[in-house]
Design a protein around this ligand. Sequence first.
Ligand code: KG4
Ligand code: ZN
Length: 354
Amino acid sequence: MILLGIETSCDETGAAVVEKKNGGLQILSNEVASSLSLHAQTGGIIPEAAAREQLRYILPIIEKAIEKTSWEKIDGIAVTYGPGLIGSLLVGVETAKTLSYVLKKPIIPVNHLYGHIYANWLSEESRIMNKELRNKKLDAKRLTLAAEIEFPALALVVSGGHTDLVMMQSHETLEVIGGTRDDAAGEAFDKIGRLLGMSYPAGAEIANRGEKGDPKAFQLPRPMIGSDDFDFSFSGLKTAALTATKNAKEWDEKTLSDFCASVQWSIVDVLVKKTIKAAKFYNVKSILLGGGVAANQMLREQMQLNARRYELDATTFVPRKELCTDNAAMIAAAGFFTKPASWQEVTANPELYY
Ligand code: KG4
Ligand code: ZN
């Protein structure tokens, strides 16, 4: 079975073709066009500008994704219908509906957040993850199967708009057990980056800058790290960063690196501690990371390290970095586990949750 995935929830226009084969999901093509450089100039996303760019890219990107396959081989069209920016979502949804109607192919409305979780099911990614992170020795053949992920699974979705802990008892049973009370983890990176004069989004730049810095140089708060729920809060960190960066213009390279390392460490520390606590509480078999912040190397390593340190009987999965940030392969992946709809039923929903 082969699905075309379409992703236009924000500033990335994505189209991908994914095949289900031998129990695993394989990416045949995965194309992304981004209007990021445009938004970097304005210091953030202007929704109307993002929607216009989506319109510009959508057809060429779909054509490029389909190039190596053919329309006859496509069994369905999975499209992000929310959450996201309404103008951007509409471009993908209306395109997918038109294709579904004209080509008589089923349409599968996919929740973007599920997409971030299902990036973990792309079998090539499981294999990479296993090499990178898994502590058990596994039979080489089994590593190619996406079915490696065992339930119950705990997913940490960390993106520009979300910081959610989601329990999955099965593909059909999802429960949000925690989330952020204010800013999302990616939002914290982006807002603090802005204080430092970095362009949007700033997560990767803070991580790069922080690589050589001392994560203990600045004492930054870790709000709610010890609270007895599974919620997060990052606005206190942002306020502390505002005070700490008052003289940032006079900082030398070393101080800037130290500050970036400290910011990264305080965000990662909270994310890891809360996830491990939840994984233990629910006795999960798998921990899944997803969303743009899951591209963060420190988060990837610390999650794995701590799962071992606390002797969890769980395997940590994390998609390849370019599959953590927004892309259409993850939407196609989620499409294999989502019910198709008739094209008349599909509408963009910017406020969609789980
Ligand atoms: O999932 P995503 O591409 O878009 C949303 O659905 O929001 O996530 C984007 C977020 C941004 O806040 C960005 O700063 C953050 O992911 N991000 C990172 C890294 N790469 C992207 N944060 C920390 N470290 C990174 N390496
Ligand atoms: Zn996303």
